[in-house]
Design a protein. Sequence first.
Length: 139
Amino acid sequence: MFFCQNLEHEGSSIVGFCLFADCQEPKSQFCVNCLINPQKHLNCRIDCKPFDKIDIILDLIIYKLDQFQEQADQNFEQFKCEYQKTIKNIQKEQHSLRRQPKTLKNKNLRNYLIILTEQRIGIQKQNRLNLRKKLSISG
Ligand SMILES: [Zn+2]
Ligand SMILES: [Zn+2]
């Protein structure tokens, strides 16, 4: 049990808090006698909350904070999803770009091999023809 800090309210127990940020009273706690005195908490009567009301207000604040956290979690999940999608796209792009030169090189190599083979066949044909000519001349 806490008692009012005002000397004239000695022994009077605290019943609530003034929640007004710019309260002019030296202490935010108040007793019943403080509330009876119209000079006390002159501009902040509406912010003088008894403890049970303060509990409700605290519950409300905790509930609001829970909601904020939930919202933040949702935002994070959404962001994570977008991030993963972006990373996947980048990796796909990288993969296809890495493969591109290989297929291009392979195509060129294939063409080169075809040309080389055709040339060799041509040379072989020519050689055979020459050999036949030589044989027919000598024969
Ligand atoms: Zn008091
Ligand atoms: Zn006050």
